[in-house]
Ligand binder design. Structure first.
Ligand code: SAH
Length: 342
């Protein structure tokens, strides 16, 4: 059986034509999947029953099983999905408000970037998700919305390294951004990367207008090498050069993310170093207070330390935001739910 969500619009159309059926049926099916929120072929009522049967013989819509569905008080919902025997991934629908519904999706099972503080990478090796598996997360979360709500933003910042799986991510995001897909503007889709210079340049060359966020966390290579194994042998300067290239080609400002770890990278001198590193760039900085992970030694900074950090950046004329944690109580940080229930 083929995964229906893995099929490009062209492939689906070719399948219909190959069956001796009109090609426009493919557009109808996509409409059922992406805008009419069908859960099975039988709901696709403007297709003849015989066509629905043939589709059901050939394709599966869903390849994952929902293991856990958690809801928190702030409206955040999190799905733990099982792909096959022991492979589990997470995806999240944030609470936002009636007009903004953001989802956060995974691109790999596990992660091999080796960030010392992150739950996703604790078990090392990663397997790339297929484009269909990435799209399936979007559609599963979309089906949690009420009838009058629409997804407005996507953060590719769940488990895994998105730029380590660009070949599958790009078609999945094309389905998200396409007017006959989910119709979410590329400008409202954020790809968060650990910082892989070659892949950042490749993404820039695609000129898709996605928003790029680089998880920097430290302003010098000594500390960054310690926190992010993938930094070793790469270095901050080559990542910044690639980020500049991204901005030059796409005109999109790059965001730099900084997960604040108490006593590790939240001191006054850390903030000053970051200001020096990024000054003169049209960059935005997102400060994310650490969400503690069981068995890891890192701690969340005090609110005062976070405020001081942001203040120093503001004085240095760097645009800084604090990204408030959502869904802590349902383990909504990267890889946490999988770890608890794994
Ligand atoms: N691999 C990509 C995307 C996945 S992680 C990347 O590194 O950007 C998305 C963001 O969550 C990254 O900035 C990551 O550093 C951060 N993160 C991971 N674990 C966290 C935790 N326990 N608390 C807060 N942020 C965390």
């Amino acid at each position: 059986m083929l995964h229906l969500l893995e099929q490009t619009p062209e492939q689906l159309q070719a399948w219909f034509i190959g069956q001796g059926l009109p090609g426009y049926r493919a557009a109808q099916v996509r409409q059922w999947l992406f805008t009419r929120r069908a859960r099975d072929f039988n709901q696709m009522t403007d297709l003849p029953q015989s066509v629905r049967n043939r589709l059901a013989d050939e394709f599966r819509i869903w390849t994952t099983r929902i293991v856990t569905h958690r809801k928190s008080d702030d409206g955040t919902e999190k799905l733990l999905l099982e792909l096959s025997a022991h492979e589990r991934i997470e995806c999240v629908l944030l609470g936002d408000d009636r007009h903004h519904r953001t989802i956060c999706i995974s691109t790999q099972v596990g992660c091999s970037m080796g960030c010392a503080f992150c739950a996703s990478g604790l078990d090392g090796a990663a397997r790339n998700l297929t484009a269909g598996e990435i799209i399936e997360q979007m559609l599963r979360l979309d089906r949690l919305l009420t009838e009058d709500e629409r997804l407005s933003h996507i953060g590719v910042m769940g488990m895994g390294e998105p730029l380590g799986n660009l070949d599958r991510l790009l078609p999945a995001l094309a389905a998200a951004a396409s007017p006959d897909g989910l119709g979410i503007s590329a400008r409202r889709i954020t790809i968060s990367t650990v910082g892989l210079p070659g892949a950042i340049r490749r993404l820039a060359n695609e000129n898709c207008q996605y928003h790029l966020a680089v998880s920097l966390h430290a302003a010098d290579d000594r500390l960054r090498d310690e926190l992010v194994a993938a930094n070793r042998g790469v270095g901050i300067q080559s990542i910044l050069a690639a980020a500049d290239y991204y901005f030059d080609l796409t005109g999109r400002r790059v965001t730099f993310e900084c997960v604040l770890l108490a006593g590790v990278n939240d001191r006054v001198e850390d903030a000053r170093r970051l200001v020096r590193l990024l000054s003169g760039r049209p960059a935005l900085v997102n400060v994310i207070p650490y969400n503690p992970v069981a068995d890891l030694p890192f701690r969340t900074p005090t609110p005062a330390a976070v405020a001081r950090f942001v203040e120093i950046r503001a004085q240095g004329a760097l645009n800084a935001n604090i990204r408030h944690r959502k869904g802590d109580r349902i383990d909504a940080a990267c890889g946490q739910l999988r770890r608890r229930e794994g």
